[in-house]
Design a binder for this molecule. Sequence first.
Ligand code: XMP
Length: 323
Amino acid sequence: DWTTGNVIEEQVAAIREQVGDKRAICGLSGGVDSAVAAALVQKAIGSQLTCVYVDHGLMRKGETEQVEKDFVAATGVQLKVVDAEERFLKALAGVSDPEEKRKIIGREFIRVFEQAQLEIMQEAGPEVAFLVQGTLYPDVVESGGGTGTANIKSHHNVGGLPDDIEFELVEPLRQLFKDEVRMVGQELGLPDEIVQRQPFPGPGLGIRIVGEVTKERLDLLREADAIAREELTAAGLDRDIWQCPVVLLADVRSVGVQGDGRTYGHPVVLRPVSSEDAMTADWSRLPYDVLARISTRITNEVKDVNRVVLDVTSKPPGTIEWE
Ligand code: XMP
């Protein structure tokens, strides 16, 4: 009999059996899967788990606080937050090419995460032997089904650890689909803002700024994105759309007028899409009054943005994200 209660009970028992009295580490991304995986493992082994959250400075407004405060409050998990904003901004300085940005963000992420793992191991010792991952059933099928291990190299920069550390993977969501993961998360008491989260790319807002990524541009985009999300939520449209990226065209300027002055600001693009699995998508026919509210608020409230445009391209030929 499939119930979320049964799934939780079964997984808690399996995790306890697998981990024993050793310790585990889990990376939190702010997304649903890692949050639910961590909450399950926390329920099973409590303080034997440490979570790591890398704040790369590319998150949307309020997302880091959701992890730092709401997730911790809901689960009681031990959390190590690494503030790596400056490091990421430095690495991204001067870079406009989308693939280059993705590579840099991915590389820095792994470096920061591994460093945090090593620090935890240094404090807690070699009994840290497990790495929790939010792998879902569709990921398992896609990759051929094996379970595995993960390696990190210590690069001789911390004392007392072997050069090459191997973790065994704990993957408590391997039998679940996304909607089941959300139900389990809800049953575990996670906040709705995390459990009902729409998809958000790992490289974050870094790939929603067309052009170079800077702190100022990120702050602009964060404001515009927050307004769009607020209005879509207020209109009750969260469940109807798959996601709605807001993209800042940072290298484009256009002339506008506001008050009695000419403006020369940036456009933002709204990219609302409907989809089943993100492989294909259609642009969402949002009500005009909702679009109007979003546009009015963004151009009034976000300094330097003087135009809001709507992306009416399906996928294919357009991808959902712009980079
Ligand atoms: P595209 O732009 O390829 O996006 O149509 C399809 C879906 O994947 C998300 N996306 C990502 N998710 N890491 C992620 O975890 C990434 O690098 C990444 N790039 C795109 C995108 O938001 C959409 O839901």
